[in-house]
Design a protein around this ligand. Structure first.
Ligand code: GDP
Length: 633
């Protein structure tokens, strides 16, 4: 959001201001002293909400839009007519425009916590819900194998048949256990990409997850990504259960692995610590039931509960456009129950739930807490991490979505400004501003990761904005405001965005292959680098005589000891190995005749600038200056 920082008033200043106020008739004054008010024009009072668009600000204050924009610009805020400014900024520029800004009485609710569903605890009927679990660990430690094994052996036959491609969330039922309390209990697994390229996703993973299963290969031990997971989970207060994997291998060293984990604060229960560690072989399917049991016992300790009877609140973990369905979102329901026909708002998107499917694509009528559910019927594509909230009417859902849209657009501009600020602080001078739009979150994360690696010491790529879905009008406007290029990965550009792009000369490029997108960004960034100036040595000359040295000309005689010299070449002259003089070869003579070039072993007359600092016995290097385009690899 466009913002101006208001100068902070210290407590001392405030106190002294209050004291002055008291002396002039405020509280505590014995006798009001009548003073003549300064002759300032009467300020008009305008009520404004927390966030207001430039246009609304102009309408409400009755000032021309251009004047508002100019005043914002004077205060370092670049905002177009449709962009929003916060209340603080509005009041600062209000001061300048002789308008007194006061907060609107009926402040609209903006935070998602305010959007209902915070029903009284008393009225809530809390019941146990399945734990949401994410498996994480160092690459190659067996995460995929474990999840595949769990899916194959634990997802009911009818369900697993439906899973044809990668699915980000699914549920398993513990069927084989001696512990009756755990029999047939459900666990929800989130399968976020495990590769380093998806560290952002992993971060999200830890925040929407109840329990992290940290997989550590016993033959490899604790590795960098293992430590990263431990740190992130700790930071997010998510309990860890360790799965020590590959115990079937001859070089598996369980003791050493436990030792290393203890050094990172995960001390096994048998050593007096509190971390549950289960030895497994994901490949052979050993220990997996034990692991599932441990997960459920941990869940019981955490007393995970939700109210299935309330309106649904969830989070989007995947979204894409699908032929015949339109926008399709995979949501994890956190509380309440979502039903077919429910009006929902998801981030800035909304709609009525037209299709509800379980994670395998089987139609269902409703989904309760901890259920991953696919939803169709949305007006636009929501993004990863967007909140889902169900409402009683579509109008309410639409209003909530619009509020969220406004907040997002405010946030986008604020983020863009912060990125620009941070970049300026970092001292880098060359930047390529980019807006990325992508088909799915996975590819967006991969593109971002790869682009973050494209930089040199003085140049790098700034991602001004990113998102899933087609290139929209607001992307084009943002591109124009920030001088960005738009890179669209497997998404179209909406007509309105195309029009702005054509009018404003904004470059929108579409790609279907990630590496082509990255290469194009590399080439664009390389093109911004100043070329490297290289002196290419072409010959060496020993100065043997000075033939002419007057006001009009300087001619030195020399022997080309190596290489060659041509008219137009540059020359560096060294006296006692120190470079003393630089010039250009204006003319060349060989014997009595003019020539264009003299080669090694020949003598030549070098025509330099009059007054050249060259003496007999000097050595000279002949060179050519070439500009070499630089490339970021
Ligand atoms: P990820 O990168 O963590 O998803 O690791 P993968 O599941 O792809 O596993 C990496 C390699 O380790 C693969 O070749 C697996 O077959 C192998 N692997 C995984 N689990 C086990 C195990 O329990 N025992 C053995 N011997 N190999 C395993």
């Amino acid at each position: 959001m466009a913002q101006i920082q208001r100068k902070k008033i210290s407590k001392k200043e405030e106190r002294s201001a209050r004291r002055i106020g008291d002396n002039f008739g405020g509280r505590g004054a014995i006798e009001p002293i009548k003073r003549k008010e300064p002759q300032t024009p009467q300020k008009r009072v305008v009520e404004l909400p927390e966030i207001v668009s430039v246009k609304d600000f102009a309408d409400k204050t009755g000032l021309p839009v251009a004047q508002v924009i100019t005043t914002l610009m004077k205060n370092g805020v670049l905002a177009t007519i449709n962009q929003t400014i916060d209340y603080e900024t509005a009041s600062i520029i209000g001061d300048e425009l002789s308008i007194e800004v006061i907060p609107e009485k009926a402040v609209s609710k903006t935070s998602r916590e305010d959007i209902s569903h915070s029903a009284d605890q008393d009225t809530q009927k809390l019941v146990s819900r399945p734990p949401v679990v994410t498996v994480m660990g160092h690459v190659d430690h067996g995460k995929t194998t474990l999840l595949d094994n769990i899916r194959k052996s634990k997802v009911a036959e009818s369900e697993s048949g439906g899973i044809t491609q990668h699915i980000s969330a699914y549920q398993v039922v513990l069927d084989k256990t001696k512990n009756k309390d755990l029999q047939n209990r459900t666990i929800t697994f989130l399968d976020t990409p495990g590769h380093a390229a998806f560290s952002t996703m992993r971060e999200h993973g830890t925040t929407i997850t109840d329990i992290v299963v940290l997989i550590v290969a016993a033959n490899d031990g604790v590795m960098p990504q293992t430590t990263e997971v431990i740190e992130k989970s700790k930071a997010n207060h998510v309990p860890i259960i360790v799965a020590i994997n590959k115990v079937d291998l001859p070089d598996a060293d369980i003791m050493r692995t436990k030792q290393q984990l203890s050094e990172h604060g995960l001390v096994p229960e048998e050593w007096g610590g509190s971390t549950v560690m289960v030895e497994i072989s994901a490949k052979q399917g050993r220990g997996i039931d034990d692991l599932l049991e441990m997960i459920l016992l941990q869940a019981d300790l955490m007393d995970l509960k939700a109210d299935p009877d309330s309106g649904a609140v969830g989070v989007i973990i995947e979204s894409h456009m699908e032929k015949g369905h339109g926008a399709l979102a995979l949501a994890l329901i956190e509380n309440g129950t979502v039903k077919i026909g429910d009006p929902v708002a998801i981030g800035s998107s909304y709609g009525r739930v037209r299709v509800l499917e379980n994670y395998t694509g089987r139609p269902i009528k409703e989904a309760g807490p901890s259920f991953p559910v696919r939803i169709a019927g949305l007006k636009s594509l929501p993004g990863f991490g967007d909140r889902l909230i169900s409402f009683t009417s579509e109008k309410e859902a639409k209003d909530a979505a619009l509020r969220s849209e406004r907040m997002q657009s405010t946030l986008r501009i604020a983020t863009a400004k912060k990125v620009q600020h941070d970049f300026a602080e970092s001292g880098k001078t060359i930047e390529l501003n980019i807006i990325i739009k992508s088909d799915v979150v996975g590819s967006l994360e991969a593109i971002k990761k790869l682009l973050s690696e494209v930089h040199s010491q003085e140049a790098s790529i700034k991602i001004i904005s990113e998102g899933v879905g087609p290139v929209s009008e607001s992307d084009a406007t943002l591109a124009q405001a920030t001088g960005s290029k738009v890179l669209a990965f497997r998404v179209p550009t909406l007509m309105a965005a195309k029009k702005i792009a054509e009018k404003e000369g904004i470059k929108i490029q579409r790609f279907d292959v990630i590496y082509e997108l990255v290469d194009s960004a590399k080439a664009d960034l390389s093109a911004l680098l100043p070329p490297e100036i290289i002196e290419e040595e072409v010959g060496n000359i020993k100065i043997l005589a000075i033939f002419r040295d007057d006001k009009k000309a300087f001619v030195a005689g020399g022997l080309v000891e190596s290489g060659k010299v041509a008219v137009g070449d540059e020359i560096k002259v060294f006296q006692n190995n120190n470079e003393e003089y630089r010039d250009k070869v204006h003319s060349l003579r060989h014997g009595k005749s003019e020539t264009k070039e003299c080669v090694s072993g020949t003598e030549c007359g070098l025509g330099l600038n009059p007054g050249a600092n060259v003496a007999v016995g000097d050595r000279a290097t002949i060179f050519r200056t070439v500009k070499k385009l630089r490339k970021i690899e």
